[in-house]
Design a protein around this ligand. Structure first.
Ligand code: 2HG
Ligand code: ZN
Length: 466
């Protein structure tokens, strides 16, 4: 237990990731209250010790980037107490917030000002701004607004020697040299500690039209997406998908969250599609949208959701990760592919891998509109028709022996299909060796040169990414 001022924290919460895949033993957990304290702490550690620092936000990551090692020579630097919204500039449509602000809080504050903070995903109540930027998070609304880096305008960063880079500009245009903020975004705490950020805000979409569509396969889902982009002039707000196994996994742990008409043998791909209400009945695009859905070459069923159905379908989508966590460890993949290559990739690797591991299967779901598949491999999925048949420890043992090889096979297929091994979760510890194996020497050399030049003692999150 750690005591703060009027606060108590359980050290376990900082030592283990939420999915309990990475266990660390932090030498200490530091909970500074402001940028100045972060700067003084880092400067002291840099000058007087040989220990290294693992920055941590809401500890909701899926790649182990915020968990310390087991050797007791790393301190966790939690940003959770830096949680102020410093300013909102209504006319400039920006806010400046500290790294520990939760995503939910940012969304609420923007909405109180009749503006919209566009990032969104299921861990919104704990995920924090610093973590969102350190991993360049994506989520459910990337299609229209992009990932975190696309609407970040400036940063405040504490460097490895304790110096502060005051880069909190709130400009749409700034052509004055290297885009340093883009260096820190996605760097997973290896180059500096993000303590605050300036973020763009948008106009809220007053009303969304939510559709559920079923397509025969992924190819048709991708074609349907293309059609909807054409008829809405690229105004599709969300296009998510879930395959049968993902839905059945939720059925196994939260049966009440699966709509009754989603039969367990249903072989279709379920798509959740959101458009702005500007495309409602009397708009000129409306008939073209209806035609796209009515094309039964693409779509075998579709419905426009009532508000209740909308909540139900999103709850189902957001429950997949939690159902997976209940089910036990998986080989988790967060891959990015050109949309045109997705069907070939999935066919290719499914055949290849299931030949070797016929008891397993893929839990495939994610953000198909932006080419991001959560293509997770559950090693005993086909044998687990009833809960508890396979013990968690059996899965752990299986993964100890096979995870690396399975991940390698999947990633080779990703590279073969011109993709990336992570789209939004980051490299962390989970994909570090694969990143080494698959990135070109030139790319790795440039990254190392940058790292060495601003963190020569390698004290910032040295065990992730590189
Ligand atoms: C999502 O899209 C998250 O729900 C988590 O990125 C994905 O659990 C996963 O693999
Ligand atoms: Zn995702």
């Amino acid at each position: 237990m750690i005591a703060g001022v009027n606060e108590f924290y359980d050290i376990e919460n900082f030592a283990v990731d939420w999915r309990k895949k990475f266990y660390g033993k932090p030498l200490a957990v530091m909970l500074p209250r402001n940028t100045n304290e972060v700067s003084r702490l880092i400067s002291l550690i840099n000058r007087t010790t040989n220990i290294s620092i693992v920055p941590q936000g809401g500890n909701t990551g899926l790649a182990g980037g915020g968990t310390p090692n087991e050797h007791g020579n790393q301190v966790v630097l939690s940003l959770r107490r830096l949680n102020e919204i410093r300013t909102i500039d209504f006319l400039n449509r920006t806010l400046i917030a500290e790294a520990g602000c939760s995503l939910l809080n940012l969304q609420k504050v923007a909405s109180e000002h009749k503006l919209y903070f566009p990032l969104d995903f299921s861990s919104r109540d704990s995920a924090s701004l610093g973590g969102l930027l350190a991993t360049d998070a994506g989520g459910l609304s990337v299609l229209k607004y992009g990932t975190a880096k696309d609407f970040c305008l400036g940063l405040e960063v504490v460097l490895a020697n304790g110096e502060v880079w005051h880069g909190l500009r709130s400009l749409r245009k700034d052509n004055s040299g290297y885009s340093l903020k883009d260096l820190f975004i996605g760097s997973e705490g290896t180059l500096g500690i993000i303590t605050a950020a300036s973020m763009r805000l948008f106009s809220p979409v007053e009303k969304r039209l939510t559709y559920v569509a079923m397509t025969v396969n992924l190819s048709s889902a991708i074609e349907l997406f293309g059609e909807l982009c054409s008829v809405t002039q690229d105004n599709v707000l969300a296009f998510e998908f879930m395959e049968k196994n993902a839905i059945n996994l939720v059925r196994r742990y939260f049966p009440e969250r699966v709509p009754v008409n989603f039969d367990e043998h249903l072989n279709s791909v379920i798509c959740i599609i959101e458009l702005s209400a500007a495309f409602e009945k009397n708009s000129t695009s409306y008939s073209s949208i209806s035609e796209a859905f009515a094309n039964n070459q693409l779509c075998t069923y579709y419905t426009k959701c009532s508000e209740t159905m909308r909540k139900t379908i999103w709850q189902l989508r957001e429950s997949i990760t939690f159902a997976s966590a209940e089910d036990g460890p998986q080989v988790k993949n967060d891959i990015s592919l050109p949309l045109s290559r997705i069907p070939d990739f999935v066919d290719y690797i499914t055949q290849k891998l299931l030949k070797v591991h016929p008891h397993g299967d893929f839990i495939n779901f994610g953000h198909i509109g932006d080419g991001n598949l959560h293509f997770n491999f559950a090693p005993f999925f086909r044998r687990m028709s009833c809960k508890g048949e396979i013990k968690r420890q059996d899965i752990v043992n299986f993964l100890k022996e096979n995870e690396e090889v399975i991940r390698g096979m999947i990633n080779d297929a990703v590279v073969l299909h011109d993709g990336s091994i992570t789209a939004e979760h980051g490299i962390g510890k989970l994909r570090k060796s694969e990143n080494h194996r698959l990135k070109s020497d030139v790319e790795l050399r440039i990254m190392r040169t940058i790292k060495n030049s601003i963190d020569p003692k390698n004290i910032l999150n040295p065990e992730v990414l590189l």
